[in-house]
Design a protein around this ligand. Structure first.
Ligand code: GTP
Length: 241
């Protein structure tokens, strides 16, 4: 059986973790990894779907951890938001090196570096086939980039959030620590919340649930996975009602 050519989703919001850019480094952006991610995203080009991206900042600065270690939480969160801007620019550069049209929009205004986030402008970019990278998180402290992904997905009316991880999907327990952990093919939002499964934080999941936005958690490190998910193959874990 050949690959289904038609995409199952027309507009996606891809959530990448900042750690995804680390590669073998302990901090910063590994250009080889950025290049790999750009290739994977580039593999969707012929499907003509519309792509929004939110990337975290954990490879550079983790606001929550710094907050826990005594730094003023709001300041730490803003530093984390700035880290997402750096990652967004790195990703833009990698995508444009592949000839893909992109725009970066930031929720915190810094016009010399990126466009401000304007929902209608973002929609126009998407309709023109440009990949829009949403930088700066939600622009507010006390929110995660997962929540930013849910929020932007709602605003651009995405069909799905694709949450890229380094494991294959959502497990009953941490598969690294617990060998009896099993992966769910499908799970409900409410089970994710009540079982406290670490998919996204509860604010992000609640936002998806309230707006019936499905989520697919999948492993980006397996080549071809993202294309498989977009083409409707049963890869990873589907989170829905
Ligand atoms: P269309 O209106 O669809 O033609 O979109 P466009 O993005 O091509 O047009 P626009 O003239 O708005 O932008 C041209 C370039 O300038 C793009 O690369 C934008 O990302 C960039 N750009 C637009 N506004 C800003 C801004 O406020 N700050 C920065 N740094 N770049 C901007």
């Amino acid at each position: 059986m050949g690959e289904k050519k038609k995409a199952a989703y027309q507009r996606i919001l891809l959530k990448l973790s900042g750690e995804a850019l680390l590669g073998k480094q302990s901090t910063g952006v590994d250009p080889d990894v950025a290049n790999y991610i750009a290739d994977e995203i580039g593999s969707l080009a012929d499907l003509k779907i519309q792509i929004g991206i939110v990337i975290g900042g954990g490879n550079i600065f983790r606001g929550v951890q710094a907050g826990a270690r005594g730094m003023e939480r709001t300041t730490a969160d803003y530093m984390g938001m700035l880290a997402t801007v750096i990652n967004s620019l790195a990703l833009q550069s990698a995508l444009e090196a592949k000839g893909l049209a992109t725009r970066v929009q930031s929720s915190i205004e810094m016009r010399e570096i990126a466009e401000p986030f304007i929902q209608r402008k973002a929609l126009r970019h998407l309709e023109k086939g440009r990949i829009v990278i949403f930088a700066g998180g939600t622009g507010n402290p006390y929110f995660s980039t997962d929540t930013a992904a849910s929020l932007r997905a709602m605003e651009i009316r995405a069909d799905v959030i694709l949450k890229a991880t380094k494991v294959d999907g959502v497990y009953s327990a941490d598969p690294v620590l617990d060998h009896t952990a099993v992966m769910f093919k499908k799970i409900s939002y409410i089970d994710v919340l009540t079982k406290n499964l670490k998919v996204m934080d509860s604010t992000a999941i609640s936002l998806c649930r309230d707006n019936r936005l499905p989520l697919v958690v999948f492993n980006l490190q397996k080549k071809g996975n993202i294309r498989g998910v977009v083409c409707g193959k049963k890869i990873g874990t589907y989170v829905g009602e």
